[in-house]
Structure formats: C-alpha cells, structure tokens
Design a protein around this ligand. Structure first.
Ligand code: KE4
Length: 425
C-alpha cells in the first residue's frame, strides 16, 4: 500500500520539478520519500500519515517561537479580514521598520522585500551603487539565496546537490563574484590586493549555517570589518538565519562586530514570506525612490506578512530572558550530544552556536567548506533515517543546521538525546 506521502510525491513530480518547490525538501540527499506535512504546533509537525515528529527544521529557521504560536496566528487572522494586499503604504510597515531599527545596532534605515534571496540581491546592488564598484567577495560554502551572482561555491541545497555552481548562470553574472575561504582572513586580503579599488562589498554569513554549522573563528569577523574599513568596502552580514536568533540584535550583538548592511528573512516574517535589508543611512539613501539604485516589489511589506512578523518580533522583544533561556537550553542540548560523541566509536565533529548546531560525520575539525565536505554523507543518511523512524525530524542534508526554538521542551530534547545515544552507542 503506497503511503499518502509517496502518492503525493508521485503526483508532485509530474508537475513540479523534483516534486518540490525548494530542492532541499526533496530528501534527495538522504534518498527517501519526503514527508508531506499537514500541520504543526509548538515543536511538533505531523505528516499525511498522521505521524508526529519533534521538528528541528522549524521551516529552516522562522519558527523560533515554535509553530502556530497563538499570538502570531491571531495577528494574521486580524490583518487578513481587512484585506490581503493593497500595493500601498501601510501603518504596519512603519511599525516594522521602527521595531527593527530600534532593536538592531546600527540599523538606520531598512527596506522590506519578500525573501532572503531578494534581500541579499538588493543589498549587493545597494553596495555597488554606493561604492561605484562592481566586485563582491563571498565565502565558499556560504549560501545567500539563489540570485545569479551568489550561485558560486554556494552552500545549502547547492552543496547538497553537489553542484558547486548552477547551470543557467551566464559567466558575466558571476565574473565579479570572488570567492574566499571562510575563517581565512588572508584569503580575503589576497583578493583585495589582486583587485585594488574594485571591491564593493564582502558578504558573509556571520555563522556559516549552510555548510552545516561553522562558527566564525576568533577574530575572523573583526578582520573582515578592518579590511572593509581599510579599503572603503561595504561589509554585509547575511543574517537571514542569525538575525533575531543569536540575540535580539543578531550576530552583530552576539559577536560585537558591526556590519554596514544586514540582510534578514525567516524569523522577521514569523513564517510568512518576508525579507529585508538595511543598515547605514548613507548607503540606504541610494535606494529608489530616494536614490538611483532601483529595487521594488509588489508584495513587499505585505500587511498580513507584516502582522505576522510584528507579532513574532514583539514577543521576542518583550519576552524577558527569551534568548538567555534559548541559548542555555541549546548549550545543554549540544553539550549532552558532545558527551555521547566522545563516548561513541567513529569520527564526529560537533559545531554549534547558540540555537544552531550540526553533527558532522568526520574526524576533521569543520571550519570551512572543504572540511565540511569531508563529512561522510552516507553515515549522515543512515543517522537521518534512524532519527526519522524515531519521530525526530532533522534537516534532510548534512549541509544544513539543527534549529532549536523556544517551544522545544526539555522532555523532547531528552528524548532526542536518548535517540542519538541509542543510535551511536
Ligand atoms: P530565501 O530566499 O530562501 O528566503 O533565503 C535565502 C537565504 C539567504 N541567506 C541565508 C544565510 C540563508 O540561509 C538563506 C536560505 N536558507 C535555506 C536553508 N539553509 C533555505 C531553505 C531552502 O532553500 O529551502
């Protein structure tokens, strides 16, 4: 008897490329039929067969409060009855911009868009417009969405598929994208020396979370700040994952390093399609209609999406100790996993920063794209499959992160730790 998910997947593959609307959802890296999800609540998701899972994907980051938070749902319902979209300025967009600028250090001006990809694409255009330069430095293994210029040695689904660069991207679109080595400031300095006066920006995930999780080495982010200051280039923190996750002020606050522009997505939408980019006023004033850098969007600042984002961000701002509790809970969780890995036979590398973490199946310390790539993805596949059978839903790829939320209960984390122990010891 074919399962509901299998039947749906067969139907989906007849009319959607790979049967999914985003590649990593296809479970290709783990060679299984993807679970078709019907609903979610708190730290649980449920599939078409009615099976229940403890969810460590959280829609790839947005669900930091857990799924279907009552206050977020109520805000969406309240907004929706007044109409879904007007294509005109609204109060909620002002409140959202003021809220983010009030929380994030150095955020002087911000523009809403509809995805992280759009946020990054627009931030890069702003940096190029501001500096009058064309070249951009990114890091191998970092993923900044699927705009042409960023599909060079990208992480996430691109790394999962093993296609370091995408077909369909003309050489001209990536000719100005230079690639450095994560956690290697000298590789950045060399690119600046080889391209004097030509580099508009350096874009970095302040915590690499799309090649598995790779923390910034001590001094790495600070060195990027210094290099950009020395060369008059824009430092862009891609905080689509880390924003409002590591701390209220994201990675800038967590690591104490200021970027000139930051990009956001995921958490700021509360589960609805929202992205944003912003930072220094001198740069953002280049954006149309104020300046000559064009960027637009029919559904940007959509009232229902803003309602969801405002609700989630307001809770995060008002819930005293939310971040200290989440980071403490995460440290305990990953600490317990670390003890198991020390006891277990085999080679592992456990990386985690706050509520982001990843077990690599390699004896190499994972500090960049190459060392992440040394992980045994067959062993990961077996581990993933076992955990899924135990009712624990991990990201279906070695090159993604575990996302913890405020909704993960101690009991569910203990159940997960026990499952990992059973599997490895
Ligand atoms: P979106 O366009 O998917 O909203 O955001 C792109 C993006 C930009 N920057 C960073 C640091 C990101 O992690 C992402 C997207 N993250 C992946 C998960 N690793 C999205 C999952 C997917 O592609 O389905």
């Amino acid at each position: 008897m074919m399962s509901e998910s299998q039947e749906l997947f067969d139907r989906a593959r007849r009319c959607i490329p790979g049967g999914v609307n985003s590649p990593v959802r296809a479970f290709g890296n783990v060679g299984m039929t993807p679970r078709f999800i019907t609903r979610a609540k708190g730290d649980r998701i449920y599939d078409e067969e009615g099976r229940e899972y403890i969810d460590f994907v959280g829609s790839w980051g947005p669900m930091i409060l857990g799924h279907a938070h009552p206050a977020v749902l109520e805000a969406v319902e309240k907004a929706a009855v007044d109409g879904l979209s007007f294509g005109a300025a609204t109060r909620r967009e002002v409140e959202m911009a003021e809220l983010i600028c009030g929380i994030v250090p150095g955020m002087e001006m911000i523009r809403m868009v509809n995805s992280g990809t759009e946020a990054v694409m627009s931030a890069i255009r702003a940096a190029r417009g501001f500096t009058g330069r064309d070249k951009i430095i990114k890091f191998a293994g970092c993923y900044h969405g699927h705009s042409d210029a960023m599909l060079v040695k990208a992480g996430s689904g691109v790394m999962t598929q093993g296609i370091p660069d995408s077909a369909g991207v003309p050489a001209g679109c990536t000719a100005d994208t230079l690639t450095a080595v994560y956690n290697d400031p000298d590789s950045v300095r060399e690119l600046f020396e080889a391209n004097p006066g030509q580099i508009a920006a350096v874009i970095v995930e302040p915590v690499g979370a799309n090649m598995g999780v790779v923390p910034p080495a001590k001094g790495f982010l600070e060195s990027l700040r210094a290099i950009c200051d020395e060369h008059g280039s824009v430092l862009i923190f891609d905080e689509v994952i880390t924003g409002f996750r590591l701390a209220p002020g994201g990675a800038q606050e967590y690591f104490g390093v200021s970027a000139d522009l930051c990009t956001y997505g995921k958490i700021i939408g509360g589960g609805m399609p929202v992205g944003a980019y912003g930072g220094k006023k001198a740069i953002m004033e280049k954006i149309a209609p104020l300046g000559s850098v064009y960027q637009a969007g029919t559904l940007s600042g959509n009232p229902v999406a803003m309602a969801a984002g405002l609700a989630q961000l307001s809770i995060l701002r008002e819930k005293k100790d939310f971040y200290s509790d989440l980071n403490r809970k995460s440290d305990r969780f990953f600490g317990e996993i670390g003890k198991i890995l020390e006891e277990a036979d085999g080679d592992f590398c456990l990386n985690h920063v706050g509520s982001l973490g990843c077990i690599f199946f390699t004896g190499t310390e994972v500090t960049n794209y190459t060392s992440a790539g040394s992980s045994d993805t067959n062993r990961f596949r077996e581990y993933f499959s076992y955990m899924l059978e135990q009712g624990i839903y991990l990201a279906p790829s070695q090159f993604e992160a575990i996302f913890l939320s405020g909704a993960h209960t101690g009991e569910d984390l203990d159940r997960t730790i026990s499952a990992i122990r059973r599997y490895l010891i």
